[in-house]
Design a protein around this ligand. Structure first.
Ligand code: ADP
Length: 398
């Protein structure tokens, strides 16, 4: 059973070819700068063979053709013919209120994804392009969509409603949806396995800390609350996004700087967050370096602000669920930054969280429990694997 997992962005396609029988990734790669100058494909086989090819990749269809060409090529390929591909799994960002689970793509599902374009105008259109390209290139292969929002569809209404006129919810579907669903779902299942219990019995707080970041309260096996909202701007401070912001700030800036909606959108999505506060970078490694090695004050301030907001969310979610059995760290920062984990967990002993400095310091990019054995709340590091979630869902559905 071989499954291709595709993640199409506006100018990129990330892909992985899974062999589900052997439970391994046979090949993976990235098509980048689609439609731009300098487009290329980077392909890697699991035996270490790597190639980077430049070419004119004008759209997603051509990008996927390149990728499929490499997958069956004699020299670099991993399969002999397309008949070996049993299914394609697509990451789709927004499934609105329609999709609570992954779905086999048919006309109905396609229409549903199109209906959500208004909610994710930057993400769902490239996701659709990937689906159309695969349908035309591999017309007999079943395709499955896995939605970033689906896992959060268990949120109760009091957690997803905004305090705006109710008619705006009924008219436009304006509510909190949440994202990173596949990641929160993956690490929650792994956490239950590591703790040798059922997910349904656990109260979990999962922190996905990457360039984008979100935190989720998982109760009874499902998402009860999550920090991202209608869009991925809400919640935690991110690489370049504000996270929670007094709405008055935005209207004030728009008035003062005389900027319109588009510029305001760019400001809160691309120029804010850690980049905005520090003025150095959106990349946590560079910010930590500036703070610790150069004693850069704004870098230190940015880090304090970043950790403080996560700490507050942990407190809020413990209150929402009536406690927590474990807090899970994942994403590039959650998996690899012991400093961040320490700053977030410090001072939470009152809530039964006993952090183990030694265990934390030796944990990078691997599964581990980093709390003291006596800690009532377990602290865990679990590398995420969103592609595997998509491959497994696709496998199950077909
Ligand atoms: P994305 O959301 O794009 O998938 P990632 O999950 O890969 O991003 O996370 C990227 C972030 O992880 C960057 O801010 C990067 O600096 C940070 N990161 C990666 N490795 C480390 C590390 N060793 N220490 C601190 N931060 C790290």
């Amino acid at each position: 059973m071989k499954i291709i997992v595709i993640n199409c962005g506006s100018s990129s396609i990330k892909y992985q070819l899974f062999d589900m029988t052997k439970n391994e990734v046979i090949a993976k790669g990235l098509v980048d700068k689609i439609g731009l100058h300098g487009s290329y494909i980077k392909h890697e086989r699991n035996d270490g063979d790597k190639v980077r090819l430049e070419g004119e990749i004008v759209d997603h269809q051509i990008g996927i053709e390149y990728m499929l060409g490499i997958l069956i090529s004699k020299k670099r390929g991993s399969i002999k013919s397309f008949d070996e591909i049993d299914a394609v799994g697509h990451r789709v960002v927004h499934g609105g209120e329609k999709f609570h689970n992954s779905a086999l793509i048919d006309d109905n599902v396609l229409a549903g994804i199109k209906e959500c374009v208004d909610l994710a105008p930057l993400h769902n259109p490239p996701n659709l392009k990937g689906i159309y390209a695969m349908q035309s290139l591999l017309p007999n292969v079943p395709q499955v969509a896995t939605f970033d929002t689906a896992f959060h569809q268990t949120m109760p209404d009091y957690s997803y409603m905004y305090a705006i006129p109710y008619s705006l919810y009924t008219k436009y579907g304006i509510r909190r949806y949440g994202f990173h669903g596949s990641s929160h779902r993956f690490v929650s299942h792994r956490a239950a396995k590591m703790l040798n219990t059922y997910l349904k019995k656990l109260k979990l707080i999962t922190c996905h800390l990457g360039n984008g970041a979100s935190i989720t309260a998982i109760n009874n096996g499902g998402s009860m609350d999550t920090s991202m909202g209608l869009t991925p701007v809400e919640g935690l401070i991110m690489g370049t996004r504000t996270g929670d912001l007094d709405l008055g700030v935005l209207t004030y800036i728009m008035t003062k700087e005389e900027i319109g909606v588009q510029a305001a959108n760019t400001l809160i999505n691309k120029h804010s967050g850690m980049l905005g506060i520090t003025g150095i970078s959106s990349d946590m490694r560079e910010i930590e370096e500036a703070a610790f090695e150069d004693n850069n004050e704004r870098a230190s301030l940015g880090l304090q602000r970043y950790h403080y907001r996560i700490k507050k969310y942990i407190g809020a979610y413990m209150a929402a669920m009536g406690g927590a059995d474990a807090i899970v760290f994942t994403g590039g920062i959650g998996e690899n930054s012991p400093d961040s984990r320490e700053e977030i967990c410090k001072g939470l002993e009152f809530a039964g969280i006993e952090f183990d400095e030694e265990k934390n310091n030796i944990t990078r990019g691997k599964e581990a429990i980093i709390s003291k054995d006596s800690s009532r709340v377990k602290l865990m590091v679990i590398p995420t694997n969103e592609e595997l979630v998509i491959a497994e869902d696709t496998n199950k559905i077909i």
